[in-house]
Write a protein that binds this ligand. Structure first.
Ligand code: IPD
Ligand code: CA
Ligand code: CA
Ligand code: CA
Length: 269
């Protein structure tokens, strides 16, 4: 994909993201059809499904050779990232969407042969969009995001963490490691939308995000955006991300990254 193709694709994707977001905003108080998926707290609404259908329909019409990899199953069976793949989470933070009517995002990452080219994360109710085109910096609306600062220490850092794996019975990480990390950090936050958590790290309003069970659509856009400001994203034990399967995530300032991996992450295997 050359620069002009990337720019045109970015403009089109942004137009669709804003359009989809506007529709969600306009109907935010409508009654919802809420179903559950893998468990009683894994929610999906007709709006998650309609939004993904909107993207899949538009992409197939305008870019028939592109592939769609979405959470709600209206895309293609994706077994490789060859070609141009739109990795879409139509509503990231469905529980917030249902319970709070805010703090959720549309997340769209566009990858070519496995390389993240474009990322868009739309905080719908705030009408704030985080965007990046590979090599051209990251933006919050029209404001270019600064590179992450040179220096950063864990004792002055705020991390987004999920409360679930702070429980001793979590299957992923030693309780002691998390406990020590929380004691070392200045504080923690849990926003309930992985995409927004990535965007907030890129914006520099939190310094890291450590979580255990994300899917490609939760992180595809955030990876592109965070990379543009110098952030580091790996699995919780420092490996490259597999963009086809569930993964653990440590997304943060490069300096904090090695401290967290070295001192606190003790994965249960
Ligand atoms: C979820 C959110 C949440 C994260 C979960 C995701 P969804 O996405 O990003 O913050 O903790 O792991 O599944 O289901 O609301 O799109
Ligand atoms: Ca979901
Ligand atoms: Ca999600
Ligand atoms: Ca979702």
């Amino acid at each position: 994909m050359d620069k002009l193709q990337r720019t045109n694709l970015y403009k089109q994707a942004k137009e669709w993201v804003l359009e989809a977001g506007q529709r969600i905003r306009e109907t935010i108080d409508d009654p919802r059809t809420i179903q559950t998926k893998s468990n009683a707290n894994d929610l999906v609404t007709e709006m998650d499904q309609e939004t993904e259908q909107f993207f899949a329909g538009m992409i197939r019409k305008l870019y028939p050779d592109h592939h769609v990899f979405g959470e709600e199953g209206f895309g293609d069976e994706i077994t490789s990232l060859e070609g141009t793949v739109w990795i879409i989470d139509p509503i990231d933070g469905t529980m917030n969407f249902v319970h709070q009517k805010r703090n959720f995002a549309i997340s769209v990452g566009i990858y070519e042969d496995g390389v993240g080219e474009i990322g868009l994360i739309y905080n719908v109710m705030e009408d704030t969009i985080y965007t990046a085109v590979r090599g051209e910096g990251a933006y919050k609306n029209h404001h270019r995001l600064a590179q992450l600062p040179e220096e950063k220490q864990l004792k002055q850092a705020i991390f987004a963490l999920n409360t679930t794996w702070m429980l001793p019975e979590n299957p992923f990480i030693s309780h002691k490691g998390v406990h020590e990390l929380v004691k070392t950090l200045r504080s923690t936050r849990t926003y309930g939308s992985a995409a927004l958590e990535f965007a907030f790290v890129a914006e520099g309003i939190i310094d890291g995000y450590l979580t255990m069970t994300l899917m490609p659509w939760d992180i595809a856009a955030g990876m592109v955006i965070l990379k543009e400001v110098g952030g580091t994203v790996t699995t919780a034990d420092g490996q490259d991300i597999d963009m086809l399967h569930q993964t653990t995530i440590l997304a943060c300032h490069p300096k904090l990254h090695s401290d967290v991996i070295g001192e606190f992450v003790d994965l249960k295997q």
